[in-house]
Structure formats: C-alpha cells, structure tokens
Design a protein around this ligand. Structure first.
Ligand SMILES: NC(=O)c1ccc[n+]([C@@H]2O[C@H](COP(=O)([O-])OP(=O)(O)OC[C@H]3O[C@@H](n4cnc5c(N)ncnc54)[C@H](O)[C@@H]3O)[C@@H](O)[C@H]2O)c1
Length: 413
C-alpha cells in the first residue's frame, strides 16, 4: 500500500490533534513541518507517535520538494500568503499531489476566491477539512436511518451546535485576525454538518440549495467588564474596542430542487458555554424518525471529590477545553477519532493518492464561507438574507462583516 508523505505548516493545537488522528490510520506519514514556533517539539511529538520521522524545514519551498502533500494548520489570517507560497513552489517544480486546508477556508469571500484562483493555476488536488462531516456518529446515524429516509422521506430539520468556554490563543479572539468571533470560528462546523445531515443519502454534497439565512450574533459574556478585563490580561485583546460575538444562533433554509420541499438547519455556537468542556450536539427530525448526538455523553465518567481535586494535573486530557477538574466528569478517551479527524485524513490520503480531490474540496469550503458571510450580513441588517437574489450574491462577494473589520462595537453593545 502506498503511504502519503505529508508536510504540515503550523505546529500548534490542531497540528498535534491531527497527528494523533494520523497515528490511527495507515495511509499517512508526517515527514515534514514548517512553523513559526514549536516545529522541533512537533517533530519529536510525531516521532514519538511513530508516524515520522518528521524533518523541520526552514521554509515551505524546501518542504514542498520533499513531500507528497501539504496541510495548512496555521491561523486564519495566514491563508492567502501560505497558499501563494505553496503554489509558487509547485510552479518551481514541486510535485505535490494535494493541499489540505483546515476550516475555515478563508475569512471572507474575496480571500476564498483568491486562494481558489491560485490553486487553479497549477495541477493540484484539494481537501477542505471539516471534521464533523466525517464523524463516525454522524455517518452511523445516516446509515442506520437510510431505510427510514427512503420510506418516510428525508430529514426536515437539523440542529447543530459546537460550544466551549473560549479559544486557547489570542489570535482567535481578535476578529480582524480570525475573521470574526464564534460564528466564523465554529459556525462553519455547525452549518456544514447541518447541511450534510439534511442531504438525502444518495445525493451530492451541495444537492440541497441554500435559499435563505437568518442569524443573531451577540456578546453575552466576554463583553461584560469583569470578563473583558480577564481577556485583556490573559490574551491582550480589548473587547471594549474590538469585540467579537461569543454567541450566535441562526437558521439556513434549503430547497430540494427535485421536490421543492424546504428543510432547515439551525446552528448555535458559543464561547460562553459553562459546562465540563467542548460539546458537539446535533439532532435531526425526519417524519417518524430522529437522531441525536451529544459528545458530552461518554460511557466513561470519573469522579473527583473536593479532597482529591488538588491532585488533578491536566484536566484537558479528559476533554478538549475542559473547564472543570472535580465532580462527575465525562472522559472521551479518543477525541481525535470522535470528532472525525481520523476519517478526514484517511479520505484525503486515499483521494490524493488516486489523483482526486478530497470528499470536501476547497470549492465546497467556499460555499461554507458564503453561508457564514450571509449569516453575518443577516445579523447586521437584522433581516433574513435571500440567497436566490442575484444582487445579494454579488454583494456577498466583497462583503466584509463589521465585526471582522474591527467595528463590532457598533453592533454588539
Ligand atoms: N477542525 C477543528 O476542529 C479545528 C480546531 C482548532 C483549530 N482549527 C483550525 O486550525 C488552524 C490553526 O489553529 P490552531 O488552534 O492550531 O492555532 P495555534 O495558534 O494553536 O497554532 C498555529 C501554529 O501555526 C504557526 N504559525 C503561525 N503563523 C505561521 C506562518 N505564517 N507560517 C508558519 N507557521 C505559522 C504557529 O507558530 C503555531 O505553531 C486555524 O485555521 C483553526 O481555525 C481547526
């Protein structure tokens, strides 16, 4: 069997998480890394996982000469410059089969179009990493309910949420760097998985046509003086000046082009979630059947009483973004697999080795970017955005949300 030699750009949180996922599949070795920080430490981490050896390269051009594919795991504001460098390396002779980009594809439509245009200039395949579409729990409910979808008709409503207490690095909190707040950061997950689960099993990814988007963004916790101060102290980000939303909820309505039926995907995301740690919650209603996923329900729970709580070394080993270290705690022992990272890597490797785009290409990532932009626009205009209107489609192409411009104070307070 052929193995994909993967070079990674960025050696932070997601790079390590993805390495844990790759250690669970046979199709990828991580053979290179380029990163502003922590490259050496990441190389050792990969070696210890047994999926290296991973060479630290001083730049993308050199790494591109020595790997089969490259994964972009750097902050959102670096996307365009990094894709420019990768494409330049390919033009200079690097024989790359594919490029992976983790969510979100870009901060806005102009950036998304720019990176798509860049990869169009060369012969390379793409994979957009939206892990939730690959979650085994999501795939299992689809398989389990396929007969009901067929006999009773498709799902009519999905509700998807990803919530935690707030990101781990300053750039995530800065709306000008990240692209916004929690809608840009995690709304992309929930909108994508909602769309995917609504789609009848035998139909292509974008079969259901998005026709309208409504949305409400709010700053419920981190705009309060006490929490604003904490943000400033911990991350150097001042939410009195450049705030971003820490809560969002909205609805995307889709039309089935064959039957005309309208179905809805509700999304809810927050950075002010006060439970044990990260929770992904999804449910779906079909006529006479339903599914529900809640990643805070684990078959493994531990109890840590007050008397023993001081001994807890690292609560985040139990759960991503853990906020508690005592009481009855859920433990997910394989989050990399639970959240879909293993299967998205396997899909990209098999696709690139066969000369195909991943199941989710960058064109698909652009469609998600468009829905995120429509959601910000709906919140700003306080109206439902009609995606069937050609003028709205044109407006979305150059639209930069006020929050992303650093002008969130005009609408969030
Ligand atoms: N799929 C998911 O669930 C998920 C989860 C977390 C992050 N992400 C995405 O992954 C990306 C990275 O997030 P993260 O949490 O790992 O961030 P991070 O800040 O923890 O790590 C970023 C890494 O990139 C490096 N870096 C920064 N700029 C660079 C540059 N110009 N060239 C090379 N290296 C550079 C940093 O040194 C760091 O090692 C983001 O786009 C984020 O949205 C996805």
């Amino acid at each position: 069997m052929k193995t994909l030699k993967l070079g990674i750009i960025g050696a932070g949180f997601i790079a390590k998480f993805q390495a844990q996922a790759i250690a669970q599949i046979r199709e990828i070795d991580i053979t290179g890394v380029v990163s502003l920080e922590s490259a050496q430490e990441f190389s050792q981490y990969v070696y210890d996982l047994g999926i290296g050896p991973c060479t630290v390269y001083e730049n993308i051009r050199k790494m591109a000469q020595n790997v089969d594919a490259i994964a972009i795991f750097t902050p959102n504001f670096t996307r365009v410059a990094i894709v420019e460098e990768i494409v330049a390396a390919i033009k200079n002779g690097a024989a790359l089969k594919g490029i992976i980009c983790d969510k979100p594809l870009a901060r806005n439509m102009a950036e998304a179009r720019k990176i798509l245009k860049l990869v169009d200039e060369v012969d390379v395949r793409t994979a957009y990493f939206e892990n939730q579409v690959f979650m085994k729990l999501i795939r299992a409910q689809m398989q389990q309910l396929a007969p009901q979808q067929k006999s009773m008709g498709p799902l009519m409503l999905t509700r998807s949420s990803e919530e935690h207490g707030g990101p781990h690095m300053p750039w995530f909190w800065d709306p000008t760097k990240q692209g916004g707040g929690v809608l840009s950061d995690m709304g992309c997950h929930s909108i994508a998985v909602g769309w995917y689960t609504l789609t009848p099993p035998d139909k292509p990814l974008t079969f259901l046509q998005p026709v309208s988007v409504s949305c409400d963004c709010a700053l419920l916790k981190w705009g309060q003086p006490k929490w604003r101060e904490k943000l400033l102290q911990d991350f150097g980000v001042d939410y009195s000046k450049t705030p971003a939303e820490d809560f969002v909820t909205g609805m995307v309505t889709f039309k089935n082009p064959e039957t005309g039926q309208l179905v809805k995907a509700q999304f809810t995301n927050s950075w002010m979630f006060e439970k044990q740690g990260l929770r992904l919650f999804m449910d779906g209603m079909g006529p006479g059947y339903a599914f529900e996923v809640n990643t805070l329900n684990s078959s493994l729970q531990v109890f840590i009483g007050d008397a023993a709580a001081d001994a807890v070394a690292d609560a985040e080993i139990a759960l991503e973004k853990s906020t508690a270290s005592r009481g009855l705690l859920a433990v997910q022992q394989n989050e990399a697999d639970l959240y879909g990272y293993t299967d998205e890597n396997k899909d990209a490797a098999l696709a690139f080795l066969a000369g195909r785009d991943g199941f989710l290409s960058w064109e698909y990532g652009l469609e998600i970017t468009k829905l995120i932009m429509a959601a910000y626009m709906a919140d700003e205009k306080k109206q439902t955005i009609d995606l069937t209107d050609p003028e709205v489609q044109t407006e979305l192409e150059t639209y930069i949300p006020l929050i992303q411009q650093g002008r969130g104070a005009e609408i969030l307070f």
